[in-house]
Design a protein around this ligand. Structure first.
Ligand code: NDP
Length: 374
């Protein structure tokens, strides 16, 4: 067997799902369910649904995350687990989680179709096409034992992203390969994820929560795609040493900072506007179209400035890997495609929902994502 064939055989063997990976996954999800139900957190009202009802979300993700970090540190200190436990089982966790997400999506499909509920969140929306209904989902906000599954899976995926990264950092530390590139990568991603949980309530007004049904696409996206592909740079840095020049590091930090300010600023402005349409934006009363759409701040520069910020952030997560390979650029490339597609879908939804008001907004703010380019 030549080297390539041997490497392929190793990867395939490592990809085999295992019961120990299933135990890690189920323990993790059980912890999150228990922490989500028991820990205190702000109760946030979700968007008003078509039947005028509103769901409520307990935003205790940050506390759940901090407690899990503390418990993991204790486990490592007491010798109950190794800090590299997640990274050591990376591929088997990936395949096990994939199987789990397929099973969950079938359960969602079958229970969704049988639902007799007429509320907007539980009413079945079936097109009759199995592939379409299984992929996009049947219900908007399915629940299991009182847990809002969509909110739960997003939380699980975002938190797993951080835990995989921390496990990779431990591996780099044990291998003596922690350098500037690794620190920058870890810092940028860690900041983004912790910031996400600090602002978890903003999630309640996003497209995924208010408009997307829960099917294979979201379950797989949250549980498999986010944690296992957004960490590709971390895996790549384990096997590839990058000597990042100081100037490149500074440029990388600037891209991260601008991306963060635009991303967080835009999402915050929209969230505040939805709560209080008179809240000042950049110190001035907001300019509004038809009483419904914000035209001030970032929302007056491009119709999805938040996507621009996110794309800059994604780029900053990959730049520490240098330019010798395209592999670490998977995340920004994927995000570019996803956000262009999503922007088109959101545009269609808003055009349908707001009609003339949306047309007026598009006249006032002609740029979709990047002013003067797109
Ligand atoms: P948005 O948060 O941009 O939400 C779009 C909705 O906001 C619209 O449907 C409309 O809903 C409302 N809206 C649009 N324009 C205006 C306006 N001018 N004034 C007031 N309300 C407006 O979209 P997403 O949920 O897609 O994205 C949220 C964040 O999540 C983004 O920063 C994105 O980059 C990020 N994201 C990251 C992903 C990743 O994989 N890393 C994947 C997807 C998203 P309404 O009907 O309520 O008015």
């Amino acid at each position: 067997m030549d080297d390539a064939a041997a490497a392929t055989a190793d990867v395939l063997a490592a990809l085999a799902p295992s019961w120990s990976a299933a135990v890690v996954l189920v323990s993790y999800l059980a912890y999150l369910a228990a922490a989500g139900a028991l820990l205190p957190g702000k109760l946030v009202a979700g968007a008003v649904l078509p039947d005028s009802s509103r769901l409520h979300y307990r935003c205790n993700g940050l506390l759940s995350l901090l407690l899990l970090l503390g418990l993991s540190a204790l486990g490592v200190y007491m010798g109950w687990m190794t800090p590299t436990v997640v990274a050591d089982r990376g591929l088997e966790l990936l395949s096990t989680t994939f199987i789990f997400s397929v099973i969950v999506s079938f359960l969602l499909y079958y229970t969704g179709l049988r639902s007799r509920h007429q509320s907007s969140s539980l009413k079945p929306h079936a097109t009759g096409s199995f592939i379409q209904d299984w992929w996009f989902g049947v219900q908007l906000n399915p629940h299991f034992m009182g847990v809002d599954l969509k909110f739960f899976f997003i939380r699980a995926g975002m938190m797993a992203w951080l835990f995989i990264n921390l496990s990779l950092l431990a591996k780099s530390y044990l291998a003596g390969s922690v350098n500037r590139a690794v620190i920058l990568y870890q810092f940028f991603c860690g900041w983004y994820i912790i910031d996400y949980f600090i602002h978890e309530e903003f999630m309640t007004s996003t497209w995924d929560i208010i408009a997307e049904r829960l099917g294979f696409m979201l379950v797989f996206g949250d549980l498999v795609f986010i944690p296992f592909t957004f960490t590709i740079q971390g895996w790549w840095l384990l096997g590839n040493k990058v000597e990042l020049p100081l100037l490149a590091s500074v440029a990388n930090c600037i891209i991260f900072l601008i991306g963060y300010l635009v991303f967080r600023g835009a999402n915050k402005q929209k969230h505040l506007f939805k709560k209080d349409p008179k809240a000042p934006i950049w110190g001035k009363p907001p300019k509004v179209v038809g009483g419904k759409l914000l035209v001030s701040g970032y929302w007056g520069i491009a119709r999805h400035c938040n996507y621009l910020g996110d794309l800059l952030l994604a780029l900053s997560f990959s730049l520490p890997c240098g330019a010798s390979s395209v592999i670490p650029y998977f995340y920004p490339t994927y995000l570019l495609i996803l956000l262009i597609w999503r922007e088109r879908r959101d545009e269609a939804r808003c055009s349908e929902k707001y009609k003339d008001i949306w047309a007026e907004y598009c006249k006032l703010v002609p740029w979709r994502i990047l002013p003067y380019v797109y």
